[in-house]
Write a protein that binds this ligand. Structure first.
Ligand SMILES: Cc1cc2nc3c(=O)[nH]c(=O)nc-3n(C[C@H](O)[C@H](O)[C@H](O)COP(=O)(O)O)c2cc1C
Length: 186
C-alpha cells in the first residue's frame, strides 16, 4: 500500500508541508509506504489545452508533471494539500490538476481508495478551498478526510499548532484504517 502526497505550498517549513509530514508519519508507522512530492520543487508547465490530447500517447509537455501524475494515479491513497491563496488553491496545485486532464482523456483514472485533503489559510477561506480540492477527487466510492486549518500570524510556527497536528495525525490514522482495514488499529 502506498500513499502519495501532493504538496502545493512553496514554503517547506510552512504549515501545509508540516501537516502533510504528520499525516505521512502516521501512515508510515502503520506500515504504509509514503512519498511526498512538493510541486514547487519540480518543473510543471501550465496545461496547453491540446484538447485532442487523447490522440497522443504522451503529454506533449515533457516535464515533471508526467511522472508525478503517474505516481498520483497509481497510489492507493492520496493527500492533496494546499495553502489558501486569495481564497483558493495555490497556482502549483491548479497547474498540476489541470495537467491531470491528460490521464482522464486516456481513461486512466486514479486508483486511490482514500484521500486526505488539507487546506491552510491565514485567517479565512480554508473551507472554500477544500471544496476546490474536492473537485480533484472524483471517484464516487473514495473515502475522503479533510482538514481546514488556520495558521493565524504569518510568522506562526506550525510545530505549535497542537489542534492541527492532532487533526493531521488523525487523518493519517483514518487513511491507514481505510487502506489496511480496521483490524490494524491500535
Ligand atoms: C499569495 C498569498 C495569498 C494569500 N491569500 C490568503 C487568503 O486569501 N486568505 C488567508 O486567510 N490567507 C491567505 N494567505 C496566507 C496563507 O494562506 C497562510 O500564510 C498559510 O499559512 C500558508 O500556508 P503555508 O504555511 O503552508 O505556507 C495568502 C498568502 C499568500 C502568499
Amino acid at each position: 500500500m502506498k500513499v502519495v502526497a501532493i504538496g502545493g505550498s512553496p514554503r517547506l517549513q510552512g504549515h501545509t508541508n508540516y501537516l502533510i509530514d504528520q499525516a505521512l508519519n502516521e501512515l508510515a508507522s502503520r506500515g504504509v509506504e509514503t512519498e511526498k512530492i512538493v510541486l514547487n520543487e519540480h518543473k510543471i508547465g501550465f496545461c496547453q489545452a491540446h484538447l485532442n490530447c487523447a490522440s497522443f500517447s504522451e503529454c506533449q509537455q515533457k516535464d515533471d508533471a508526467c511522472w508525478i501524475l503517474e505516481k498520483f494515479r497509481q497510489a492507493d491513497g492520496v493527500i492533496i494539500a494546499s495553502p489558501v491563496y486569495f481564497g483558493s488553491i495555490s497556482a502549483q496545485i491548479k497547474a498540476f490538476m489541470d495537467r491531470s486532464f491528460f490521464i482522464y482523456m486516456h481513461g486512466k483514472r486514479p486508483q486511490a481508495k482514500c484521500a486526505g485533503l488539507i487546506a491552510v489559510a491565514g485567517r479565512g477561506g480554508a473551507e472554500e478551498t477544500l471544496k476546490e480540492l474536492r473537485k480533484f477527487v472524483r471517484a464516487p466510492d473514495i473515502k475522503v478526510f479533510t482538514i481546514a486549518g488556520y495558521s493565524g500570524r504569518p510568522d506562526a510556527d506550525p510545530k505549535n499548532q497542537v489542534e492541527l497536528i492532532k487533526q493531521a495525525k488523525d487523518m493519517g490514522r483514518q487513511m491507514a484504517d481505510a487502506l489496511l482495514g480496521e483490524a490494524v488499529r491500535t
